[in-house]
Every structure is written in C-alpha cells, then in structure tokens.
Design a binder for this molecule. Structure first.
Ligand code: SF4
Ligand code: SF4
Ligand code: FES
Length: 501
C-alpha cells in the first residue's frame, strides 16, 4: 500500500494506482476527458493536470502512478489556470451551441466549460467546419464537436480489434474516421457513442428524440441473450427512449451489444396481446379472463388425466413465472410432459463483428429453468405429438414461435394449443386456439440466472398495459380453475417463493 496526500487529505491506496484513481476512489473530483476506466490510458486531453510537490511541471493525474509520501494539489491557482487554458484551447474550434446539441446535459466538455470556461471567447477567427458524416451503422459523426480524446479509437482498436478506425490528418484537419471512406460495421457501435465524452458521435436511433434530463434510468438486465448484461432502461412518461449499459464488472464491465440496445423496439411492428382471445374459425375473438382460464383449465383437466397435455416453458420467463407454471401443472400435467425450450442462434457473424458479449443461447433464463428442475424434453414431446398421445399443449412464451417451430413439433396434429404471449405472431395465429396475454419483459419483475450462474433480479421499468396481469396471478387463477376451487393468490405465491428458494 502507498500513503499520499491529495489536497491535504491523507490517503492510503494500492500500489500502482494512478493519482486520478486514488482521488476518485476517495471522493476527490479531478476533471478528466480522455481517461475512461475501461480503456487504455493515453493522457492526451491534459485537463487532469495536477501539481505535485517537488516536481517542476504539472503532471497528468490519469497517467501518473502514486508514490509513497507524494503530496498532490488538485485545486491550486497554477492547476486551475492550466485547466482554464486547456478548456479555452478545446473551445477554439468547438461551436458554442449546447442548447441545440443532442449531447447537452450528458456532456463532459459542457460540464467543465461551465467550471473553467471564459465568459467570452478570445478567438475571433472562423471555426473549423466539417460536414456531418454518416459513417455507416448506427452512428452520425460530427467532427466539429470532436475533441480528439481518442476514446472511440481506443475502444475500436483495443477492445474490438478494429484497426481501420482511427485518427486521420493532423492539426486543424484532424478527424476520426474509417480508412478509405469505409463503413463502420461492428456490433458494438452504441458503446462508441457511450465513450465519446461530447456530441461528436451520436446514435441515429436516439439523437434528438429526447433531452437526457427528462429520462429516468431504471436499472434492469438485458433479456435478449443468456449473458444478461446489466442495463438502464431510460424512460419518460412510461415510454422507453433508449437502453444503455450499467456497470457490472462480473457480467458486462460497462458494455452492451447493439442487439441488446435495440430490444426495446421489439414491439414496434407486432400486434400486442392485451386481452385473452379464443379462435373461432380463422378469427380470434376477445373473451373474459375467467372464461379463457376456464376453457384452458377444462382442456388441461380432460387431456391431462390421460397424460395427453404438455407444458412447454420458454426460457424468456422469469424464475417466478416458471415456478408458478409448475405449481399450476402439479398433479395435472405429468412431469414427463413438461419441458423447457431455448432459442439458440448462430452467432458467428456477431462474433466476427466484435460482439464479445453475445451468447448463442438467446434465452435469458435457461439456467433458471434448470435450477427449478425443468429439463429439455422437447424430443419426448415431439414423439408424443407424432404418436398422437399428446393432444393438447400450453406454451409459456413465444420464443419458439419467433425462432420458427421445429418441423417435428407439428402443431397441426395437436387438437388444442394455448399460448401465453405478449405478441400475436403469424405462427401463433395459425396454431393457437387460446391466447393469454403476458407482460412485455420491460413491464415485469422477476429473477433471471445468466449463463455464468449469476442470479439477477429485475423490476418493471414501465407500467403493464391495461388488462395485462402478472403471470404468477394468471397461474394462481388457472390452478384454481383446474381444481375448481377459488383462487388464493397469497398462499399460491408463498408456494412459488418456496420453490424459487
Ligand atoms: S469522436 Fe468522440 S470519442 Fe472519438 S476522438 Fe472525437 S471526441 Fe473522442
Ligand atoms: S450480449 Fe446479450 S445480454 Fe448483453 S446486451 Fe447483447 S443481447 Fe443483451
Ligand atoms: S484525462 Fe488525463 S490527460 Fe486526459
């Protein structure tokens, strides 16, 4: 360990720590722009300059390692003057248009300019004027705002291994870009926007949709694959505007992939299910919750007695929802007729495009299903369908319909199919007799276990749609309808909790 003082505060930090990290770990703020905790240090912006006793020049706090007995000053007049100079130089070419910049409110340069900037610029010449540039993928590049901190370049090169993205030209003409006018094709472009401390790189998906200070970031977990990256779902008035990564060094450091970021658009072009439906001919008609669950219960009762009813649990469901389904199935659907189903995707292209986080298991809770003792019996269910032993199926979740039903799972041979889902796909319309609404993943709470076995709890980021109720309640009512008793949700939920453990 190393003892030092920063601004007369005595500190003890681990050997090899930089002055900037020693300060940040102890609640002392030193401005920094090119430093990023998950990127290699470059020391280019000079805003973190500090004074160290015994050293003639000011030193950069982000790249200077602490030494025993060091005395550091971060707020001396010399330091403040140097920072004012750095900001003045950075602003020479930077347009002073925060009110109309998409990054405003989330911009480090804006923050430091308020602290160290001059009231009036002494620079009377014309500023640089680069055209805005679409560099492909999901980004817009505006080099008039770039401060050449190289964070995006370090992310592309050191984390993704993309060599063709870099800083081109020198001096006033300096700009980031791709070699010979190529296009950015990597699968983590949102992270390049995240690391950019100013508005030089903005996301096509989010830019100019919402001022960041209106957004309420709700902690959540991405449910697009089994990695389970930690996220913020950013919401205003019950509407999601973007998803951004949340730091968890055990799961995703501070990154997330572009597939996960875009998941909030997954209901944009689909028909949501907000009330129970039953098919008559080729058409679905709305029916009450009571009637829908009674119809489903009577099918389970009749077919289940002879072992003819199966329960297929999609691993997009939370542990609590799966446990509720198991509890409702108890004594009504044989264990050999209950399976989980995962959605596995070929991720070769994603990996080649630098997506180092993605898991080939596109179900967020396969480990949760296994923890509850559910196993993969899809083959047995297929055999049961083909031998006509299974005549009824309940699907919890629509993953398998989205991935395309396996050929052998021929639902034309099944007399009764019910699906609990948040969306009505063409496949579901073709196959289902009854459709029960489920809350969208952003609207439900529950526990998920990722591919590393890490248990993560999420809370709903937005309110459920009118008419949609939590699945634990749906299964409590279904269990009561099967047993022809009145539902007792509290005792049912206590049982669910016991199973979840
Ligand atoms: S585009 Fe942004 S992250 Fe990249 S060098 Fe410029 S300011 Fe830094
Ligand atoms: S890697 Fe998986 S969990 Fe992480 S953001 Fe991408 S899709 Fe979501
Ligand atoms: S943060 Fe230290 S030089 Fe940029």
């Amino acid at each position: 360990m190393v003892n030092l003082t920063i601004d007369d505060k005595k500190l003890t930090v681990e050997e090899g720590t930089t002055i900037l990290n020693a300060a940040l770990q102890n609640g002392i703020d030193i401005p920094h722009l090119c430093y990023h905790p998950n990127l290699k240090i470059r020391g280019t912006c000079r805003i973190c300059l500090v004074e160290i006793e015994g050293m003639r020049k000011l030193e950069t706090a982000c790249s200077t390692i602490v030494k025993d007995g060091m005395e550091v000053h971060t707020r001396s007049e010399r330091v403040e003057k140097a920072r004012r100079g750095v900001i003045e130089f950075l602003l020479i070419n930077h347009p002073l248009n925060c009110p109309v910049c998409d990054q405003a409110g989330d911009c480090d340069l804006q923050r430091y300019s308020r602290r160290y900037g001059r009231e009036h610029s002494r620079y009377g010449e014309d500023k640089r004027d680069f055209p805005k540039h679409d560099i492909g993928g999901g980004l817009i590049r505006n080099m008039n705002l770039c401060i050449a901190c190289t964070r995006c370049v370090r992310f592309a090169r050191d984390i993704l291994g993309i060599e063709e993205y870099g800083i081109f030209f020198r001096g006033n003409d300096q700009q980031v870009g791709i070699y010979q006018g190529g296009e950015l094709k990597n699968a983590m472009q949102g992270c390049m926007v995240d690391v950019c401390p100013v508005g030089a790189l903005t996301s096509k998906d989010f830019r100019f949709k919402k001022r960041v200070w209106f957004l309420d970031p709700k902690p959540s977990v991405c449910q697009r694959c089994a990695t389970g990256c930690n996220t913020f779902i950013e919401v205003e008035d019950n509407v999601i505007y973007r998803i951004s990564p949340r730091e968890n060094q055990d799961v995703n450091d501070i990154w997330m992939c572009d597939i996960g970021r875009m998941t909030y658009h997954d209901m944009d072009d689909v028909e949501p299910v907000t009330f129970p439906m039953m098919k008559s001919g080729d058409q679905f008609f709305e029916l009450s919750w009571e009637r829908a669950l009674e119809e489903l219960a009577s099918e389970i009762r009749e077919r289940g007695e002879k072992g003819g009813f199966a329960l297929v649990i999609g691993t997009g469901a939370s542990v609590e929802d799966m446990a509720s389904a198991l509890l409702a199935a108890d004594g009504n659907i044989g264990e050999e007729r209950i399976t989980f189903v995962t959605r596995v995707e070929d991720i070769t292209k994603e990996k080649a495009a630098g997506n180092f986080l993605i898991s080939e298991d596109f179900s967020p809770n396969t480990a949760g299903a296994k923890k509850l003792g559910i196993s993969d019996k899809v083959k047995k269910i297929e055999d049961g369908i083909n031998s006509k032993d299974i005549t009824g199926i309940l699907f919890l979740g629509c993953e398998i319909f989205e991935a395309g039903l396996p050929d052998a799972l021929d639902l034309k041979k099944v007399k009764f199919t019910a699906v609990i889902t948040d969306r009505l796909t063409t496949e579901i319309k073709k196959s289902a007799e009854i459709v029960i609404p489920a809350p969208h993943w952003s609207r439900k709470s529950g526990t998920f276990i990722n591919s590393k076995g890490i248990l993560q709890r999420i809370e709903a980021a937005v309110k459920p749609q009118m008419g949609v109720i939590p699945l634990t309640k749906v299964f409590a009512d279904l269990a009561a309808a099967i047993d022809k008793t009145s539902a007792d949700y509290d005792s049912f939920y206590k049982e669910v909790e016991k199973r979840v453990g």
